[in-house]
Design a protein around this ligand. Sequence first.
Ligand code: GN1
Ligand code: MG
Length: 372
Amino acid sequence: MIHTMQDVQFNQILPQFKIEGTIETVKPLGNGLINDTYQVITQEKDKPNYVLQRINDAIFTNVDLLQHNIALVTNHIRKKLEKQGETDVDRKVLQFVETMDGKNYFLDAEHRYWRMMIFIPNAQTFETVDTKYSYLAGVAFGDFEQMLTDLPEEPGDTIPDFHNMEFRMKQLREVVKADPVGRVEGVKDILAIFERDAERMCQAERLHREGKLPRRICHCDTKVNNMMFDANDGHFLLVIDLDTVMPSLFFSDYGDFLRSAANTTAEDDPNMDNVHFNVEIFKAFTKGYVESAGKFLTPLEIELLPYAVELFPFMQSVRFMWDYLSGDHYWKCKYPTHNLDRSRNQLKLYEEVCKHEQMMKDYIATLPIPTN
Ligand code: GN1
Ligand code: MG
């Protein structure tokens, strides 16, 4: 039985949750860069396994709001699925486990926040997708957004200004000015590219201020590995990692998915020759997304889809650079220039995507826009 890992005393945390069954093992799970995630396996075949997560409260500073949002979203989706007569509800929406005192997270003596959910059996995630899964992901994220269009209350901002490009530039400029770890001199070439394109990349916020672009409830972390598919026949099951579900400009989900899925390599590959834009993945995802989200997107939002594909690698490059210049406090790094490599990689992807702007526009123009 494993009851300690690094400095974590699992035997003090696990009994705080209303778990069924006898715990057999606890082991690390997944590739999240923000929270620490563990799988909790029970002995009995007829009892569920669980996912235990330590919430990174340096990033999600209001854990109460975070968990409130997630409960709001999962309860809403569950109700919808039940109403639609869905038979596999437990594998189509996350279910959180209450603590002994009826809360949806536990604060331990060392001031660490924990939450627990039921492990979804017979399901899998992918780090890369082919065109078939890309299409399914497009439909799925559009449907996910659609389900959230009538939430009974608006979720709060778990990370204010999360996908706000103006804010990300401001953050970057502040750290460039302060240069706390003396890294600015070495990245002047990249900073010049950011400044060259900043205004164009900030157009979404301007359009929002002018009342032309609405804020919608988005997932805001639509990386490929945040979706689960059935392990047997591959059908789509659910969207996971709901920490950043909040009001945002719609680009968030569309653009961020392609940022990870349509990169021909991993976001931290240090060899820039490997970074290209996968046009087939773009087409498949866009087709699926427009088929589902096209029901509620405005003509301007559809017109701006190619901009969204450019925006997300650009924004991610700025964010990785900000963390590199700050001294690497935000993302887990495996070596000293890890964030710098990530930033360069995302900038290369941005430049590759920009070369395909006309192709993206032409392709989107061929897609039928569904009516509600
Ligand atoms: C973080 O939690 P994770 O690893 O799915 C980040 C995303 C970035 C991503 C880059 C809350 O996502 O915004 O796109 O890393 N999440 C947060 O890999 O900052
Ligand atoms: Mg994640």
